[in-house]
Design a protein around this ligand. Structure first.
Ligand code: ZN
Length: 507
């Protein structure tokens, strides 16, 4: 700290606050992140690092000039006083209090948003480097309950990590925070209490997916049990009716209208409850995404249409909706399926969204789908939310493979032993017998594991196994701290490739 203070005093030359406008004077060896240097009271606040960790530093001309809302140890030297502020929750709250732009916001009005998903709490800086070059807004903090469990995190930690990195990068144009795939009001409250602004409501437990496979007779008898007014409404509004959109014509048969009622009406009522709850908690400053992607069958455009019309009737305004698309959107690899078929259905999903409030079409498991990105960009007109998560974890492993080959071998070995456990939670079809054995790979070839689909998927699903490994996880995080710059570079390149292929315009 004293060395850092000496460097700051020297660069400041008696005008401490001038460093906020000229952070380059501090030089790269000080460990100070130049974009973070900001005026605070009579002094400055900045993000810095040493060999072990990152921390905030508050510097002022004297002890009384230090901000009392941050906690940490205080040092005086070179005519300055400084507080070394650890990156803990109370200090994150203080940071959000001083710099409102470090808190997540609603991105409802933004045309294109990218769910960046940072399971490690380390990736947002690299994401921002890429996103800063394009006309798209980032959702930096984003985790499902499953991811929280597998990474031993809680929502406050997820939001705090993003806020600290937003401050580090001086990113003032807003970011979102997504409580992903939430199914209950209790879990939604966990996310809202932590300051998350986007809720992705997963309907799988409130919809009746089993009705998808009912015979006509079963649909008939179940539908007959609904109240008379509901039956009348469904039959008058949907049965044997056609709906025309620019680029799509959708007809619901009598049977399909009844089936939709059985499948979705309870889910639409629950969505309305959640929407009202969000309005009560956050006014209009939230984004509600509806996710029906974790179902066994693709979402038919007719079903998408039924759901959004019913939500409209209930006064629910969605920011985005994630259908399950035809074909296979597996984690961390390209699209598997027929592009022509995909395009035909995708056009219909986009037309429905445009005609019903112009919410964003949301693409889950959206990373690395390079073969369908041009179609997705084109047909959404970039009114799009693309959700990614694990691909940034894979880029972290790419850093380890390149910079710490011995550690990578240990991680890979642990993944190979742990994957049966991981497979219980993720649907992938990779044939792991195609993964070349570690012993056959030279250090220079280890990066190839991040190219081959089968090993990508093996590593993708193993994040829980590896991050819960008490021997390996601390060494992994220490290595990531050492190679922070490489991680930023890799993520920058990887996300630029996503944005370019989608056709997002550069700034
Ligand atoms: Zn999803």
């Amino acid at each position: 700290m004293r060395k850092m203070l000496d460097a700051i005093a020297k660069a400041a030359a008696n005008d401490l606050t001038s460093l906020a406008a000229h952070p380059e004077k501090l030089g790269p060896d000080t460990g100070i992140y130049p974009h973070s240097v900001a005026p605070l009271d009579a002094g400055l606040l900045m993000m810095a690092r040493d060999d072990q960790a990152k921390f905030l530093v508050n510097v002022a001309p004297g002890k009384t000039g230090l901000d009392g809302d941050f906690s940490g140890e205080t040092v005086e030297d070179a005519g300055l006083a400084a507080r070394k502020i650890p990156l803990i929750h109370d200090n994150a709250l203080a940071l959000r209090g001083k710099f409102a732009w470090t808190a997540p916001v609603s991105l409802r009005e933004r045309q294109t948003t990218i769910g960046c998903g940072d399971r490690l709490g380390l990736a947002s800086a690299g994401h921002l480097r890429a996103l800063g070059k394009y006309r798209a807004a980032p959702v930096l903090a984003q985790q499902s309950i499953r991811e929280l469990t597998l990474t031993n995190r809680e929502y406050p930690d997820v939001v705090d990590s993003a806020a600290f990195l937003v401050f580090q990068e001086g990113w003032q144009s807003g970011y979102g925070a997504d409580g992903d795939h939430l199914k209950t009001l209790a879990d939604i409250d966990r996310a809202i209490d932590a300051g998350m602004t986007m809720i992705t409501l997963d309907q799988t437990e409130v919809m009746h997916a089993e009705a998808e496979n009912y015979s006509a007779a079963q649909v008939e008898s179940e539908f007959a049990r609904l109240p008379g007014t509901v039956k009348d409404h469904i039959l008058n509004t949907y049965a044997a009716k056609s709906f025309s959109f620019a680029g799509a014509e959708i007809t619901l048969s009598d049977l399909e209208a009844r089936r939709c009622a059985l499948m979705y009406l309870d889910a639409c009522d629950f969505t309305k409850t959640v929407y009202e709850h969000l309005k009560q908690c956050r006014g209009s400053a939230f984004d509600l995404e509806l996710s029906i992607d974790e179902t066994t069958a693709p979402t038919l455009p007719a079903h998408h249409l039924f759901i959004v019309r019913e939500l409209e009737l209930r006064g629910v305004e969605l920011s985005s909706l994630a259908p399950r698309f035809i074909g296979d959107f597996q984690k961390g690899i390209d699209y598997i399926g027929d592009l022509t078929e995909f395009e035909a259905q995708f056009v219909a999903h986009c037309a429905i969204a445009r005609a019903h409030g112009n919410y964003k079409v949301s693409v889950h498991s959206g990373s690395d789908k390079f073969s369908v990105f041009p179609l997705i960009g084109k047909h959404t007109n970039l009114r799009l939310h693309l959700k990614t998560a694990g691909t940034s974890w894979l880029e972290a492993l790419r850093v380890i493979a390149a910079c710490e080959p011995a550690l990578f071998r240990e991680l890979f070995d642990a993944a190979e032993h742990g994957y049966p456990e991981a497979l219980k939670l993720y649907h992938i079809t990779a044939d792991f017998s195609k993964v070349p054995p570690l012993a056959a790979m030279s250090d220079a070839e280890l990066g190839n594991y991040l190219e081959l689909d089968e090993s990508r998927q093996l590593l993708h699903i193993s994040y829980g196994v590896l991050l819960q490994n008490k021997a390996l996880a601390p060494r992994f995080f220490a290595a990531m701290h050492t190679h922070e710059d490489s991680y930023g570079d890799f993520l920058d390149r990887h996300f630029c490739r996503h944005l370019e292929t989608l056709g997002v315009p550069k700034l």
